[in-house]
Design a protein around this ligand. Sequence first.
Ligand code: ACM
Length: 531
Amino acid sequence: MNPRLPVIGLMVATTLVSCTSPALPEHDIVPVPREVEMGAGSFELGSETTVALDDADATLVRTLEVWAAPYRAQGLPLAIDEAGSIRLSVDGSGEPESYRLDVTANGIDIRGADHAGVFYGLQTLSQLMASDAEVTGGTLSVQAASIDDAPRFRYRGMHLDVARHFQGPDFVKRYLDHLARYKINHFHWHLTEDQGWRIEIDAYPRLTEVGAWREQTQIGHGSEEFDGDGERHGGFYTKDEVREIVEYAADRFITVVPEIEMPGHAQAALAAYPEFACTPGPFEVAQTWGVFEDIFCPYEETFAFLETVLSEVIELFPGPYVHVGGDEAPKTRWEESDYVRDLMQREGINEVEQVQGYFMRRIERFLNANGKTMIGWDEILEGGVAPTATVMSWRGTIGGIEASRRGNEVVMTPYSHLYFDYYQSEDRGTEPFAIGGFLPLDTVYAYEPVPSQLRETDAVNIIGAQANVWTEYMKTGEHIEYMLFPRMFALAELTWSPAERKDYDDFLRRLDWHTRRLDALGVNYRPLDGP
Ligand code: ACM
């Protein structure tokens, strides 16, 4: 304040300010952008509103189509026109996936560093509307704002286990829509397990003829006495369905990371092809949960089988990553196997645990030779991996810390903060039956993916974080959504927003808009104040 200003002038000035500049609205954007300046007024988006593309390249047209589809379905044409008041452009500069969004009463400008940036600008634009899910009165009012935004991490992931309980392509697409709205850019598709093999492989049809079906499913957490539901469960994705889902994801700037588990969690594959186990079998597609001792045996024939499977998988998934599991592989059968004993002698391996290192390195060489980066759960560190592998640290953060110090890239996914199969309340009686644990929204929100003990030179190897949805106890899409929301909002913010912009109270305030959006979209979620 200028102390020389006459008091009367100050009063006039104050009065003027309060008359002409009502408080600017707060924004509700999740994940919170790097910089937001709200403006006065709004842009009225109506049936006359058109969109100008600065360059009519096919990807930009497609990006607009994907974003506009729900609005078009509600009667807003959003046609492409050179004179459009919504202007989209890719300016080729700035950080990957970043964008600038300006909304004034006269128009809307979105400039993306790349196409993904434009897509994210459009996602943010949706969140400046009173509702993006219901067009009321033929228009959508967009709050004036200037936003500069870019992601903190390049890997922002959500996982879905479709092996414990199969979900069809329509649900997978719906799940991808959830991710896209919140700028999550990797979908980790957990396709194989002891309880089911979910992807068609031409060379090995029994993987889905036999491996995709189990006779029944354990009820409850399991005990000495097996209690099954008596219902056959299963399903799988045809190659055409996989291609369609991969394309659907790509249209939303989501990379699909397929997971083919090895050497453990392989009992469904062994039920189909018992010759790849160390003992003769027969095996059945598992009906209970847990960790199974029958795992792939490291025969040459097994590697030939896995390489054929992976070749078919690689053909379907254009992204850089193939996830090969590596977790929870008991060595009981390997210890008892003459073949494995001979292999150890031949390769100079002293400990049976190290055979997994030999196994994973062979697979890694194969993937690298085919232009892919291997991802595995943190157990892959135990046998020694090449620095080209990306490590998912799930058993806490130690694996991630160690891997990043060794020079491996790391995706943090510790069960303590990012396992969305855990209960959302300590009062389990009011929640749907779950595997256990307790992971409320504030714990997810508080998670910081870069461990404080890492030096800056190692911290750069933490490329992001991912939350996992294991579905032992989730049969329906509705149940999955209940476990996903609101926790996925927190994941979005901790992977996208600058750490210093996080604010839990403000986040909770903003969630009001997002839960209303879920209501309008017919998406299930756990209410913030409990069920
Ligand atoms: C895991 O939860 N077994 C990766």
